[in-house]
Ligand binder design. Structure first.
Ligand SMILES: [Fe+2]
Ligand SMILES: [Fe+2]
Length: 321
């Protein structure tokens, strides 16, 4: 990880940001993925829809689950797409990402993995909240656990990440801080409050944190944590209407950050064939449980068809070939 610098930025006006999340890229465009929709097509549809605002935005933030299972080619391929955008892209890891591979394969001109960046009188703080999916090696470094996808369903900070965040926050001269992370600290979806104790303390100790932007839940959600607004971004791959329990098309968020610390955000769902196809399909109960960490992929696979139907009240969808 590069050392963070916090130069005084000249721009003190309104800041526009585009957030994308949960790209779930695979190593090849035709790789089969959930519900038969292509991550490549979803990202392309989102970027085409966002094109008019991208040129005027200060940055794109990509809040994790960039790759589905973390192959090097997945990061290389998305890097080519993101690197060609007219706006700098700042990325962070989600519970699906493989951190070593992500760091080795994604960064390039215009595509950044940084702990923080200053824009006008705001500091963007990019947190790695995948502590529950990481384990400490003997040399003090952290590695991904094999069960990281489920283990890191709720946000947490390793001691190294917490120390880094505190050092950055203590040193910044920015008036306002926007925290970007993967798993949103919302009680409805992350009920184990111990899992984000560090985040609570961070906000209490650094009240200049004004808002939190997250992904992970693949849906248009918002809430509040420690008195700060929490914005959840839809996925560019497949998104979910969590209220009506249906699929939605791919989507993204736009933000306006003002010099006085106020934040406005808007969700955009991309129209078109992908959206129409997905909207017709009701959301399977098992998928909602999987996203919220109530069941693991291994536990799902271990259920017989009869057990599956008894638990979820609906038959198991066709298994992948
Ligand atoms: Fe995701
Ligand atoms: Fe996730």
């Amino acid at each position: 990880m590069k050392r963070h610098t916090d130069p005084a930025a000249p721009n003190t006006g309104v800041i526009g940001i585009v957030q994308i999340s949960d790209l779930h890229f695979r190593d090849a465009p035709g790789a089969r993925t959930f519900v038969g929709h292509e991550p490549d097509d979803g990202l392309a549809a989102v970027l085409a829809d966002a094109a008019p605002v991208l040129t005027g935005a200060a940055m794109v933030v990509a809040t994790g689950d960039l790759a589905d299972i973390g192959e090097p080619a997945a990061y290389e391929r998305m890097g080519e797409v993101l690197g060609a955008l007219p706006t700098p892209v700042y990325c962070l890891a989600g519970n699906h990402d493989r951190q070593d591979t992500l760091q080795a394969c994604l960064p390039r001109p215009n595509v950044h993995l940084e702990p923080a960046v200053r824009v006008g009188n705001w500091l963007m703080l990019f947190l790695d909240t995948n502590a529950h999916g990481r384990e400490a090696a003997a040399d003090g470094t952290y590695r991904d656990r094999d069960d990281r996808v489920h283990a890191a369903a709720q946000p947490g900070l390793t001691p190294i990440e917490e120390d880094r965040a505190r050092a950055i926050l203590a040193a910044t001269r920015a008036d306002h801080v926007f925290v970007w992370l993967h798993q949103p600290p919302l009680a409805a979806t992350a009920p184990d409050v111990r899992s984000y104790r560090e985040l609570t303390e961070l906000i209490r100790d650094f009240p200049r944190i004004r808002a939190i932007g997250a992904g992970h839940l693949h849906g248009d959600l918002s809430g509040e944590f420690e008195g700060r607004p929490v914005y959840v971004c839809p996925s560019t791959f497949f998104s979910i209407d969590h209220v009506n329990r249906t699929f939605q098309g791919p989507g993204y968020r736009t933000y306006t950050l003002r010099p006085d610390g106020r934040v406005d955000s808007e969700v955009h769902t991309v129209p078109g064939a992908i959206s129409d196809t997905m909207r017709a399909a009701p959301l399977p109960v098992f998928l909602a449980d999987l996203l919220a960490g109530r069941i693991t992929g291994e536990e799902l696979r271990a259920l017989s068809d009869a057990e599956f139907e008894e638990r979820f009240g609906e038959p198991r969808p066709m298994r992948r070939p």
